[in-house]
Design a protein around this ligand. Structure first.
Ligand SMILES: [Zn+2]
Length: 161
């Protein structure tokens, strides 16, 4: 009598026929892939959200265990503030949030956000910096007190005409 012949070929259930065993293995493989994809998407979207700080919304995960399809996204606010400094700082944060999961793992949408932040931010900053300088110059011309006072030389009467 061969004892080894009583061991099931696959799985734990001795009563399964080979077709059932194959189906169970396929289901297990499907489940394993689904869980792997789900945790991959969750960590990808969490990376966007934590790097995006106040510009990022909560990650949205769309997962269907039946089909195994998992998608996710993080809403990013393209807010470039009101000043040149804000445009520079905000665009740097938004660009960092877009490539936070790593350059190799960027989706098409991630790249769009990245390039938009990298082009719009510096352009806006340069334009605002120019405007801010013009405003300062105008204020200096309108306000005579903004001109530096010339101190009198030693021994000179500043009130003499
Ligand atoms: Zn992404």
């Amino acid at each position: 009598m061969n004892i080894a012949s009583f061991r099931p070929a696959y799985g734990q259930n001795v009563n399964q026929n080979p077709a059932q065993q194959l189906q169970q293995r396929a289901q297990e493989e499907h489940q394993r892939r689904y869980q792997a994809r789900l945790s991959e998407v969750i960590s990808h979207e969490n990376a966007h959200a934590s790097a995006g700080g106040r510009f990022a919304g909560a990650p949205v995960i769309e997962a269907d265990p039946h089909t195994g399809i998992v998608n996710g996204h993080v809403p990013i606010r393209m807010d470039f503030g009101a000043t040149a400094d804000e445009a520079e700082k905000n665009s740097a944060i938004i660009a960092a949030a877009a490539c936070a999961p790593g350059f190799a793992n960027m989706s098409g949408a991630d790249k769009n956000v990245y390039f938009a932040a990298r082009s719009t931010g510096p352009q806006l900053a340069a334009k605002r910096r120019h405007q801010e300088q013009q405003q300062l110059q105008q204020q200096a011309m309108m306000n005579p007190f903004a001109q530096p006072l010339i101190p009198p030389k030693p021994g000179q009467n500043p009130f003499a005409s």
